[in-house]
Design a protein around this ligand. Structure first.
Ligand SMILES: Nc1ncnc2c1ncn2[C@@H]1O[C@H](COP(=O)(O)OP(=O)(O)OP(=O)(O)O)[C@@H](O)[C@H]1O
Ligand SMILES: [Mg+2]
Length: 346
């Protein structure tokens, strides 16, 4: 089905979510989520482990029934018209849906048949996607021998066989190396260029920044902020002073020295010795103040500078913890190493 066929007769947003709630026993995974995605746009859903991202995606893709609220995909209710929703969506979930015994090509061809493409069409589509995802060399090997990145690409390819009008990608680049991640971004941009609507979850703030037209930040099952990347950055105001402590044993001294310059506690990456402080509207004075404070404390710093806030800073300001310091332990995949810790929060 083409995007135009899938969206006929509905001129509301491609995705509309109102007051969505879902609990698992005591755990309130979604506590009343509202969001809208206009057709052809990319919504980045950003949140730490356990925020409720996958739960939201599962409800929107009809895999899980909500307890309350409603969700429409191109005007079709995910509860009452689940089959109609499934006709127009694609999903690449957090755990790959490919069959390991089959080759990459077989996986894609079978997916085509499931979506009622003819044998010839399925073969053609499979070949096209294998090329696009750089999987041609491995196409005729069983998928169980694929690397994590290859399996991830095959999974995304499988979600595209039917050319869905609305696509859900749950952490599409978690676990990919930087080159594969860039490749995935390119593919995602192409898809959107073809008119697809996309909801993508991620823990990588730079990924949301790079791909999303709109971003919702969720934490503990609630939307805590929404807007474009720029809007979110402007919201916290001010800039960030950043430097690296030359002698790692002086990190704590450095943090104490600059703690009063900014708003909130400095964030620290102990591995690299990098310290960042949000400095509000003070701007260039803050840089001079930082130099003086470090001098007075006898700390030698490198690369002292001031920059615009990143989404990482936004997340820290909104939640009081970094994007990867969720209350529970991290999942199997996707631990980001070397992310700053929040000096004050622990
Ligand atoms: N089937 C389930 N049974 C019980 N609890 C669940 C279930 N699925 C999710 N949860 C809980 O609901 C909360 C939200 O989980 P969810 O998987 O939606 O988070 P997430 O944002 O996708 O996290 P991650 O970044 O780790 O993928 C968590 O506390 C999780 O433990
Ligand atoms: Mg998840």
């Amino acid at each position: 089905m083409t995007v135009r066929e899938a969206t006929r007769g509905w001129d509301g947003p491609a995705i509309l979510v109102e007051g969505l709630r879902k609990s698992f026993g005591e755990v309130q995974a979604l506590r009343g989520i509202d969001l809208e995605v206009a057709r052809g746009q990319v919504l980045g859903m950003l949140g730490p482990n356990g925020a409720g991202k996958t739960t939201a995606v599962k409800v929107l893709t009809t895999l899980l029934a909500p307890d309350a609220g409603r969700a429409l995909v191109e005007g079709r209710d995910v509860v009452h018209s689940a089959a109609a929703v499934r006709e127009i969506i694609g999903l690449a979930g957090q755990s790959a849906a490919i069959q390991e015994e089959l080759t990459g090509r077989e996986n894609l061809e079978i997916m085509g048949r499931l979506y009622h493409l003819t044998k010839g069409e399925s073969r053609h589509r499979a070949a096209q996607l294998l090329e696009r995802f750089d999987l041609e060399d491995a196409a005729d090997r069983p998928a169980k021998g694929y690397s994590g990145g290859m399996a991830r690409r095959l999974d995304l390819a499988a979600s595209l066989v039917a050319r869905p009008a609305v696509l859900f990608l749950d952490e599409p680049t978690t676990g990919l190396d930087p080159r594969s991640r860039m490749g995935m971004w390119e593919v995602i941009r192409e898809l959107v260029g073809e008119g697809a609507t996309l909801l993508l979850t991620t823990q990588y703030l730079e990924e949301a920044d790079e791909l999303a037209d709109q971003i919702v930040v969720i934490d503990h099952g609630e939307v805590i902020a929404a807007g474009t990347g720029e809007e979110l950055k402007n919201r916290i105001g001010g800039d960030v002073v950043e430097f690296v402590v030359a002698d790692r044993t002086h990190v704590d001294t450095a943090v104490a020295a600059v703690a009063t310059l900014g708003e909130g506690s400095p964030s620290v990456d102990r591995e690299t010795g990098q310290v960042s402080v949000r400095v509000g509207a003070a701007g260039s004075n803050a840089l001079v103040d930082a130099v003086r404070a470090l001098d007075a404390a006898g700390v030698r710093s490198e690369g002292l500078g001031i920059r615009r806030p990143s989404l990482d800073d936004v997340f820290l300001a909104l939640t009081g913890h970094g994007a990867d310091s969720a209350p529970e332990t991290r999942g199997r995949r996707g631990r980001r190493s070397g992310r700053p810790e929040h000096a004050g929060a622990r």
